[in-house]
Design a protein around this ligand. Structure first.
Ligand code: XLS
Ligand code: NI
Ligand code: NI
Length: 439
């Protein structure tokens, strides 16, 4: 373990099982336990989000941050960034989570010039690399923060000003260099400011084409420097822009087709972004998975009453089980994982709260996996769900699926077959069946 300075009261978190009342132990996440042919560790590939856990002091539009950051010891932000790496790796190893994710600006502060920013980042990358080597912790994905700085107020890759696009490219280049240097398995694009506030001042078609050109250039550069991982686009429908271009999974898949990016890109589905788009978490996971494009997951949850990106830690077993069923049916996430893009609440100010929150999230998904495995293996769920389509398995139904029947032929079949029988959709039966397994 790297240090014992920043969370001195916390020992290594271990699995104690469902009966424990120790809040600093796992009840269900047992990294070595094999479920459906894989260890829990490999099913989830859980990651800590550097920004929420180590950069976000929990300020909100109404007040300054409430968290104490013992790693902010210096007046020099670059020095603090070095302490922050130490603190992060202490947390990560104590929690026993195998991965982390960062934005360039989480790891190192922006300098006065592009070159200075690049230097800052490479210093911190070198340090993070040492810690990774020492602890065995790995980088799930890197990304560039193309939304906080004022220069991006009108967009980054979709900015109407070419100079800003160049600046964004410089940042992505450095973030890709950092990701490759640290052995990152994926690279994420979340288009925070890629969208518009009003159509009156926006050439949407041109902006979308610029985004495509930008992503193709980034892809080519990454491949040139040896990035073999997956590029991920993270959909979100609104906030900070009124209308974000990467609205939801279906929109992004259409965009990837149109811009010829399907070979290299997949999706990073965030629970709270799916719900902001008026979908369920499971809906967007399903849309991505059935297209063969489910890359990774940002695990968090929204709030039934609040219409913004609350980024709560996930605690909903029903949602977790539903999503884990989809993952079991579609063969998992690798090289993606479950990144906790989630933050503790503003009034959660004890150092242990960050541990408790992650433990809760990991246990929720571990339970979700156990429930899903039971449902898939030992219930009628799949038979009822997929059995509804059995009339397409052979005969004319199969011919239709294979594109062999014309509209006239279908019409003639309708006459021959007569009025279809009523067939129940069995929704309540399935809902009850799922609930019976949630225990
Ligand atoms: C914000 C996004 C962001 C991305 C990474 O809503 O979820 O955190 O995951 O830029
Ligand atoms: Ni996210
Ligand atoms: Ni989010």
């Amino acid at each position: 373990m790297s240090t014992n300075k920043y969370f001195p009261d916390i020992k290594k978190i271990t699995f104690e099982g469902p009966e424990t009342d120790n809040p600093l132990a796992f009840t269900h996440y047992d990294e070595k336990r094999v479920v459906a042919g894989k260890t829990m560790k490999d099913h989830f590939r859980f990651a800590v989000a550097y920004w929420h856990s180590f950069c976000n002091e929990n300020s909100d539009p109404f007040g300054v941050g409430t968290r104490d950051f013992p790693w902010n010891k210096s007046l020099d932000p670059l020095e603090n960034a070095k302490f922050r790496v130490e603190a992060a790796f202490e947390f990560i190893t104590k929690l026993g989570i195998p991965y982390y994710c960062f934005h360039d600006r989480d790891l190192a502060p922006e300098g006065k010039t592009i070159t200075e920013s690049e230097k800052n980042l490479s210093q911190l990358v070198a340090l993070a690399k040492e810690h990774q080597k020492e602890t065995g912790v790995k980088l799930l994905w890197g990304t560039a923060n193309l939304f906080s700085h004022t220069r991006y107020m009108n967009g980054a890759a979709t900015n109407p000003d070419f100079d800003v696009v160049c600046h964004a490219a410089a940042q992505v280049k450095a973030a890709l260099d950092a990701t490759v240097e640290l052995g990152g398995e994926n690279y994420v694009f979340w288009g925070g400011r890629e969208g518009y506030m009003h159509l009156f001042n926006t050439d949407m078609k041109r902006e979308l084409d610029h985004m495509g050109a930008f992503l193709r250039a980034a892809r080519d550069y990454g491949r040139k420097i040896g990035f073999e991982g997956v590029y991920l686009i993270e959909p979100k429908p609104m906030e900070p822009s009124k209308h974000q271009y990467d609205f939801d999974a279906a929109t992004v898949i259409g965009f990837l087709h149109e811009q010829d990016l399907l070979e290299d890109f997949k999706l990073n589905i965030e629970a709270n972004h799916a719900t902001l788009a008026s979908h369920t978490f499971a809906h967007d996971v399903q849309v991505a998975a059935q297209a063969g494009l489910l890359g990774s997951i940002d695990a968090n949850r929204g709030d039934y009453q609040n219409g913004w990106d609350t980024d709560y830690f996930p605690t909903n077993l029903y949602d977790a089980a539903e999503v884990m069923i989809i993952l079991l049916e579609h063969g998992g996430l690798e090289p993606g994982g479950f990144n906790f893009d989630a933050k503790i609440r503003r009034n959660s100010t004890d150092p242990e709260d960050l541990f408790v929150a992650h433990i809760g999230g990991m246990d929720t998904f571990a339970r979700g996996l156990l429930i899903a495995d039971e449902i898939v293996k030992n219930s009628d769920y799949q038979n009822i769900r997929y059995g509804r389509y059995s009339s397409f398995d052979d005969g004319d139904g199969k011919n239709f699926e294979d594109g062999k029947l014309t509209l006239e032929e279908l019409r003639n079949l309708a006459i021959r077959k007569g009025e279809p029988q009523k067939r129940s959709g069995k929704q309540e039966l399935l809902e009850n069946l799922i609930n019976r397994h949630i225990r």
